[in-house]
Design a protein around this ligand. Structure first.
Ligand code: ZN
Length: 456
């Protein structure tokens, strides 16, 4: 059996009492936490790896609850444009030009960026080549809830994405049967409804029935823009959330992403049905969706977590930056300095993320018997010292550059900034080549913002 003992650490456990173990230790055995706080030396085997954290901060790995692996190579193709241009003229043509190899490179690059920002679990909103995502997650050692984004109607869809309701349902079942609980249990297969613009009532009802039958989650963009509610009202007579309620689709296994345009009643419905929420502050600001009513949802006890969204809408997959924004934008909106304080933001990025992933019995906090998913933050940088108030420092001053090491399922994925699971330089080269190739294939031309002078 393999053991790692991390000692001399400032361990922020995020357990139910939110205990911090100053000068604490964690004993990892295989993929689980065997002991935490004060570790009895008799539990430590002779051949255990002993790692002295030198007083650095140990945290549960972050849970990023909204990721688009297949958009990673599209970073920068849709900046400073409105949402419909973003979607129909840039991201869809780009993403729909993908083949398996493109998707594998995109997914792998995204996983590496996630590892480097301290993420150990992520929830994928659903691209088209889920097999390639599975391969990337297998190779990079992360934990993930993967899904295929299903669409059976709607305007402007690329031809190759037009499928019948039954085809979309069958493909989800196949993926579930082939990949759920694979990669040492790190991969879960979820179902995913892209957005109500692209999902018939029939597809929504049947997806919910299947997710319940297979005991898995549903990932869906919900009430993303004001026009979405108007569209659903005119075509189906209700707002998105009211329509999902009517169809019986609200429930504890639904992850609602963005949720910018909710009424008081809809927030109450989320609470009543224990719906989970993914808040994506950078994307909401950048693609100008609006301010989600996150403080109101947190106040009611709705499990709200944090997601980055995809690379073209953020444009970083950086949970540390997202935590900072989460606190700031709601303080700015409410003009209340107590709104979404640092400790609540950290809960959103860890234990609430685990609840949203339906994995809070296994991850989200550092406790005996839970999975050994953790990160080490180095606070000794010029931008993060001094450390008068460590939890506030994590949220307000640190960035992903402070993430020094990442362990998932008891395995070092990154140690002292070296990614161990993959050759990072190789993937950088592939990203450059492939991203350009796909952009040409998709016929997306971006004029230079300033005049370029070629010097010969
Ligand atoms: Zn999204």
């Amino acid at each position: 059996m393999k053991q790692i003992l991390i000692k001399n650490a400032y361990v922020v456990s995020m357990n139910s009492e939110r205990q911090i173990f100053n000068n604490g230790s964690i004993l990892i055995e295989n993929n689980l936490i065997k002991s935490i706080g004060k570790v009895d030396p008799s539990l430590v085997n002779e051949d255990a790896e002993i790692y002295d954290a030198g007083g650095k901060i140990v945290l549960p790995g972050f849970v990023n609850t909204h990721v688009h692996l297949s958009q990673q190579l599209g970073r920068g193709i849709a900046d400073d444009v409105d949402l419909l241009t973003w979607l129909r003229e840039r991201v869809w043509p780009y993403e729909s030009s993908f083949d398996y190899e493109d998707s594998l490179i995109s997914s792998t690059a995204c996983c590496v960026e996630l590892i480097k920002s301290g993420v150990t679990t992520f929830l994928e909103s659903g691209g088209q080549y889920v097999d390639a995502m599975v391969e990337a997650v297998q190779n990079t050692g992360l934990r993930a809830c993967l899904s295929k984004s299903v669409m059976d109607e709607g305007e402007g869809l690329p031809n190759q994405w037009i499928k019948t309701t039954q085809e979309e349902l069958d493909s989800q079942i196949n993926l579930f049967n082939n990949h759920n609980d694979t990669a040492e249990g790190r991969i879960k297969i979820w179902f995913a409804l892209r957005t109500i613009f692209n999902n018939s009532d029939d597809l929504i009802i049947k997806t919910k029935m299947l997710a319940d039958k297979y005991n898995t989650g549903i990932h869906m963009h919900i009430a993303e823009i004001a026009a979405e509610n108007e569209y659903v009202k005119s075509s189906r007579g209700n707002s998105t959330v009211e329509q999902l309620h009517r169809l019986g689709a609200l429930g504890p296994n639904l992850l609602a992403v963005h949720t910018v345009w909710l009424t008081d009643r809809e927030i109450d419905l989320f609470k009543l049905y224990d719906v989970k929420v993914s808040h994506n502050p950078a994307a909401a600001m950048k693609v100008v969706l609006g301010f989600a009513r996150i403080p109101e949802m947190l106040e009611k006890g709705i499990p709200v977590s944090i997601g980055t969204d995809g690379a073209p809408s953020n444009n970083r997959m950086d949970m540390m930056r997202e935590m900072y924004l989460t606190s700031l934008i709601h303080k700015g909106r409410t003009l209340n300095p107590h709104c979404v304080p640092a400790e609540q933001v950290l809960e959103m990025a860890t234990i609430n993320g685990a609840k949203c992933a339906l994995l809070d019995k296994e991850i989200g906090s550092l406790e005996v018997g839970k999975k050994a998913d953790l990160i080490i933050l180095n606070p000794n940088t010029i931008h993060s010292l001094p450390m008068h108030d460590p939890i506030a420092n994590i949220v307000y001053t640190m960035s992903s550059e402070n993430v020094e090491s990442t362990i998932c399922n008891g395995k070092w994925l990154m140690k002292e900034r070296n990614v161990l699971v993959i050759n990072e330089n190789e993937i950088l080269e592939k990203v450059k080549l492939q991203a350009e190739k796909i952009r040409k294939k998709a016929n997306i031309n971006l004029p230079s913002r300033f005049p370029v002078v070629d010097i010969i």
